[in-house]
Design a protein around this ligand. Structure first.
Ligand code: GUN
Length: 280
């Protein structure tokens, strides 16, 4: 039986710390962090995520400014809004929810956000800082996974860490963070040969493939720690991850559930980044 890595509880602990920090900023200096949340179009999943982020702001004591733009907004209009938010001294963090409509250049939009307000950690400057070990904002999902592992006392130094997935948001920054923790890192992707064999060599297996229940028992070494980043709604309306939980749980030494694993940590780390942006 694996230990359950309880993301709901751990994220509540992180949020409580950030809430207290925010309260102290207000008491000592009379300042309140503010996050601008921008969403373009009507993607239902994005709307849920954005609402959850706004709710978390309210709980922490962060002021949230909401910009809900129609799907037909031009790229120029979005860039102008970002420029305006970059200039505003009363805005500490800017979050543009992805994906954007197909007529927009996501890279250009991300690049336009000031690195000082890049609480998502997606700006090339933030990514560069992470890759050469400098301070800076780090993408919230991988940062949340490090927090889960640390607070669950999973040893990372010298561990064999295999990451399935090479996205800019999760896989690549996850690799950088794991290197920072002195793990030996392998990043696998759709062209990787012998995927099962490599996955099975992992002490820590991080799965961010976007394929429901793809990781079955034969991908996992006895006693491995398994982190599941995926979230999918199945036909029966139940949520599942990229890992076949029922198969893998008896083999792993520790595992994150879906829901209630990695997901809640992403928002907690975003809140942490916003307060940090204010402190900076
Ligand atoms: N879409 C999916 N995940 C994220 C995220 O972490 N930040 C933003 N801005 N958009 C996303």
């Amino acid at each position: 039986m694996a230990n359950l890595i309880d993301g709901k509880q751990i994220s509540a602990n992180v949020k409580e710390q950030v809430r207290i920090e925010t309260e102290q900023l207000k008491e000592k200096y009379g300042i309140q962090p503010a996050l601008a949340v921008v969403i373009v179009g009507n993607d239902p999943a994005s709307r849920v995520y954005v609402n959850n982020k706004k709710k978390a702001c309210e709980y922490i004591g962060i002021r949230s400014l909401s910009y809900e733009l129609p799907g037909a907004t031009t790229q120029e209009e979005l860039l102008q809004l970002i420029e305006k938010l970059n200039q505003r001294e009363d805005v500490d963090g800017i979050l543009v929810q992805l994906p954007l409509p197909s007529h927009m250049n996501e890279d250009l939009v991300i690049q336009t956000i000031s690195p000082k307000k890049d609480v998502d950690g997606f700006h090339p400057e933030s990514v560069g800082n992470l890759s050469i070990g400098r301070k800076g904002f780090v993408s919230c999902t991988p940062a949340g996974i490090i927090e889960l592992l640390k607070r669950s006392k999973v040893p990372m130094d010298g561990a064999n860490c295999v990451i399935l997935g090479r996205s800019n948001i999760v896989g690549k920054p996850m690799g950088m963070l794991m290197l920072r923790e002195n793990a030996t890192v392998t990043i696998c992707h759709s062209h990787t040969k012998n995927l099962k064999k490599i996955a099975k060599s992992a002490d820590i297996l991080i799965v961010a493939l976007g394929q429901p229940k793809m990781v079955t028992a034969d991908y996992v070494k006895e006693g491995a720690v398994v982190i599941d980043v995926g979230i999918h709604r199945m036909e029966d309306q139940k949520l599942c991850g990229d890992v076949d939980y029922d198969q893998v749980e008896p083999i792993a030494s520790a595992i994150t559930p879906v829901p209630g694993g990695v997901g809640p940590m992403t928002i907690a780390m975003l809140m942490k980044n916003v307060v940090e942006a204010k402190e900076k």
